[in-house]
Design a protein around this ligand. Structure first.
Ligand code: FE2
Length: 376
């Protein structure tokens, strides 16, 4: 592989054009900007509307600049504000208990697996937060069905210094030596296994140091090796861009994009819920207790479905957020395929339970029986 700035530079000199993103409202420093209101209007157009947006998101992430933002991703930012309070409570409790250590981003506040913790503490709020249709749209656009959401809260304090440039999971979490042992095609493949996202909890003006990006750099095939070299870090410093975010905005980027958190030169904390969404084909970084999350949300979800308070898509988004959607790996002696090639999944069981109004106990027994079939 040709690892040189001469090969890298033409890739990073590309410019995104709004003409190529008809569902978007603006392009700022090569970051494609969408309006949450407009996306929701398109979704009301049904499958055709969703299909056009998903194709555009995927094109941006793969062959375009690799990063897009959604302004006003929540119609009701009180959902964000209440979730911010929940996160701060969790941080306070973990500090008091002496857990939650090991932040690999310096002296900031961090909640590992903020998703499961939020789910178990306040299932109704979790449902409001993770049923978001534009979040599901972004996940589906890059990863297809059965994606797995993990999340970590990062609260960056004033004075916190910028991260060094990097790429993300998977190969961004391996040493250069290890990366070099993966064949070139597998180094490229790493980016297709995850989607990076962030939900802004509070306004993030530029002085607070929102993430710095080098648009189009995800297209550089040897990038997982190159980003560690000083000449590439210097190039990043000369050409990096950033966009401000408002409370409740979302931002998504290709994990192979060169990026790093900025210095918080402001006077207020910068708090984001960092999403790492994994393909069904990949392994998540964090383990999730999906049965615990199903237990937490099912009673409220069932009640809201019965009262007609949620659309079928919103219910599907929560099933996708809490239950395992993939049939494999399994034990094919004890868990054979019923119809087709794939055994039944937890997501299918949860859908069946909601349709038939099962009590929680019956669903949990069915999930436990399935877990026994998968790994007897
Ligand atoms: Fe990162």
């Amino acid at each position: 592989m040709d690892i040189s700035i001469e090969a890298f530079h033409p890739i990073c000199q590309q410019a995104a054009s709004l003409e190529d993103y008809p569902c978007a409202v603006a392009i700022e420093h090569n970051v494609v900007i969408y309006s949450g209101d407009q996306l929701r209007n398109r979704l009301e157009g049904g499958v055709a509307g969703a299909g056009a947006v998903k194709a555009e998101f995927a094109a941006c992430l793969k062959d375009g600049p690799g990063v897009f933002a959604i302004s006003g991703a929540y119609t009701d930012t009180s959902v964000i504000d209440k979730t911010t309070d929940l996160f701060l409570n969790i941080i306070g409790d973990e500090q008091a208990a002496g857990v939650g250590k090991g932040d690999h981003f310096g002296a900031n506040e961090r909640i590992w697996n903020s998703k499961q913790k939020a789910c178990e503490r306040d299932p109704a709020l979790f449902i409001d937060y993770y049923s978001n249709p534009v979040l599901a749209l972004a996940c589906q656009a890059w990863l297809g069905p059965f994606y797995q959401v993990t999340a970590q809260v990062n609260n960056v304090k004033p004075g916190s210094q910028a991260q060094s440039v990097h790429r993300d999971y998977h190969l961004g979490f391996q040493s250069a030596d290890t990366v070099g042992k993966f064949p070139a095609h597998a180094q490229v493949m790493s980016q297709y296994l995850t989607l990076q996202g962030a939900i802004a909890h509070g306004d993030m003006p530029l002085e607070s140091g929102p993430t710095l990006f080098l648009p189009f750099s995800q297209q550089y095939e040897p990038g997982y090796i190159a980003y560690r070299r000083p000449e590439f870090a210097a190039y990043f410093d000369r050409h990096k861009v950033q966009v401000p975010l408002k409370n409740g905005d979302m931002l998504f980027f290709n994990p192979a994009l060169f990026h790093g958190a900025g210095t918080n030169a402001g006077t207020r904390d910068r708090l984001a819920n960092l999403l790492q969404i994994s393909s069904a084909f990949g392994r998540t970084m964090e383990s999730l207790n999906t049965h615990a999350m199903v237990t937490a949300v099912y009673p409220t979800l069932k009640e809201r479905q019965g009262e007609g308070f949620m659309t079928p898509d919103e219910i599907d988004n929560i099933i996708a957020a809490v239950a395992d959607g993939y049939a494999f790996p399994t034990n094919l002696d004890s868990d054979p395929p019923i119809n087709g090639n794939a055994p039944e999944t937890d997501q299918q069981l949860m859908r069946q339970a909601l349709d038939a109004k099962w009590p929680l106990d019956r669903l949990m027994q069915a999930l436990a029986a399935r877990a026994d079939r998968r790994c007897p």
